[in-house]
Write a protein that binds this ligand. Structure first.
Ligand code: GAP
Length: 457
């Protein structure tokens, strides 16, 4: 097995790989792009879907105390008054009097423009919510906001979910969806953008149990990243200092990832107390109390909120998976993505474009794609094709050669070890399924044999 050399991942390499292989493009690129908005290409969308699917599985499918929702992006404007966003969802903005660039005052080391050294204006609060108008008349009465978090859609549906699902506390609501923030400083690729996707759970608990559920969710969420292959040494927890806490939070931890630009927030886990339900009850005039059948009490539940970013998770999984490994005279770029996250699970590679070989390879491809996303590549040498699949993280390649026409055997090559086994085509689907679930490549099905070990080609 090839020794993996730890790579100091630099963001430029990730951006370049994403651009080159069709993971992520700048939005509206032919018009020069739109600042900090991104388009996910054919491979990026698969990776993104897999991350969301892995999250949904752990958050909803595998639990009996969390249900899913998909609430609308546009909400009644009073929602944002009640939530505190109209009043307080802002950053202190300063402008350079010389070059007119704008900066977040709290991120500056010195009181001068980082770009030209010019004098800065006094800070003023800048609300991060995007405004638009509902209906044909553009006037204040028709102003609505694009949501800056998915959470509020779940809070305002607390009573609906409670009565329709007959859930008892503790229980949660989970949602994946787009959020929008008119961020002053963006950058670091998809780390901070103005349109992004969140994966949030709002977990409603009895007030006196909030601390224990908070610890529980911290642990669960950290383990989720490890379950999908993220390296433990690249994750850390950081508690918010008093002055950092959002207006609604009693306590908050960030799960931080060691991104190329340094340790930064990947996910926030907050104890929101009873702030949100009380505020929405007050502003809507509807009771959002819970009746506890055991104690016969009415009370407002507390909320524990694990809130993750899809795009940030995707960036972290990419950085974590990226390696450059010595390969004869060259370098092998490999994305060691967890098989559940890899955009393509398998690639089918006919050794040549000869008609009878292509027919067999295409038949195999057609059958396998019933189960997984499967690539098909017949261009250039087999070694180059393996490298192309390594670079996009495809865990397994199936090679169809001339002997396959005679003996109905094919080879499977493992991305990480580069070991190869040769197995009967009739064993292919079950063997691939076992390997994708974590079975060692060298465990053989009936009729299988070890073919080549650790060679790229
Ligand atoms: N409902 C709580 C909430 O929204 P947050 O810490 O502001 O909390 C949660 O956001 C997560 O959403 C962050 O940890 C991050 O992963 C993601 N996120 C927030 N702002 C983002 C941005 N501008 N671009 C990309 N992801 C962002």
């Amino acid at each position: 097995m090839t020794k993996q050399v730890p790579t100091k991942v630099d963001m430029e390499k990730i951006v370049s790989l994403c651009r080159r292989r069709g993971f992520i493009f700048p939005s509206s690129e032919i018009y020069g792009g739109l600042s900090s908005c991104w388009d996910y290409g054919p491979l990026g969308i698969e990776l993104k879907r897999n991350i969301k699917e892995a999250w949904w599985r752990a958050a909803v499918q595998e639990r009996d105390d969390v249900v899913g929702m998909d609430t609308s992006i546009l909400m009644h404007p009073q929602t944002w008054v009640a939530s505190g966003h109209v009043q307080g969802f802002s950053d202190p903005l300063v402008e350079c009097k010389v070059c007119h660039l704008r900066w977040r005052a709290d991120e500056l080391q010195e009181n001068i423009c980082p770009s030209c050294g010019g004098e800065l204006t006094d800070p003023r609060q800048f609300n991060l919510m995007f405004k638009t108008f509902m209906g044909p008349v553009e006037e204040a009465a028709n102003e609505v906001y694009l949501r800056p978090e998915t959470a509020q859609g779940m809070f305002v549906n607390f009573a609906n979910v409670l009565t329709t699902t007959r859930k008892r506390l503790p229980f949660g609501i989970a949602q994946i969806g787009k959020s929008f923030r008119n961020e002053i400083t963006t950058g670091n690729f998809i780390f901070r953008s103005r349109e992004f996707e969140q994966m949030e759970i709002e977990f409603f608990v009895k007030p006196e149990t909030d601390k224990e559920w908070f610890d529980y969710w911290l642990d669960q969420r950290r383990k989720w990243y490890l379950r999908f292959g993220m390296k433990e040494e690249n994750l850390q927890l950081r508690q918010h200092a008093e002055h950092e806490l959002a207006h609604y939070a009693r306590d908050c931890y960030d799960i931080e990832y060691r991104f190329p630009m340094g340790w930064s927030e990947l996910e926030g886990i907050a104890n929101r107390g009873d702030f949100d339900l009380k505020q929405h009850a007050k502003y809507s005039g509807k009771s959002l109390e819970y009746f506890d059948d055991e104690t016969k009490e009415h009370y407002v539940p507390c909320i524990i909120e694990p809130s993750a970013g899809v795009d940030r998770s995707l960036l972290a999984f990419l950085c974590d998976a990226y390696t450059e490994e010595p390969d004869k005279d060259a370098v092998r770029v490999v994305l060691h993505l967890h098989p559940s996250l890899a955009p393509m699970k398998v690639a089918v590679l006919p050794l040549s474009r000869r008609e009878n070989l292509v027919k067999l390879a295409k038949d195999i491809h057609a059958e396998l794609r019933q189960c997984w996303m499967v690539a098909y590549d017949d261009a250039q040498s087999i070694g180059r094709r393996y490298r192309r699949q390594d670079e996009i993280g495809t865990p397994l390649c199936v090679t169809v050669d001339f002997q396959s026409l005679e003996d109905n055997d094919v080879t499977i090559r493992d991305r990480d070890s580069m070991n190869q086994i040769r197995i009967p085509i009739k064993e292919l689907k079950t063997t691939l399924a076992a390997k994708l679930s974590g079975e060692d490549i060298l465990v053989l099905p009936p009729g299988g044999q070890i073919w080549k070990s650790g060679e790229n080609g």
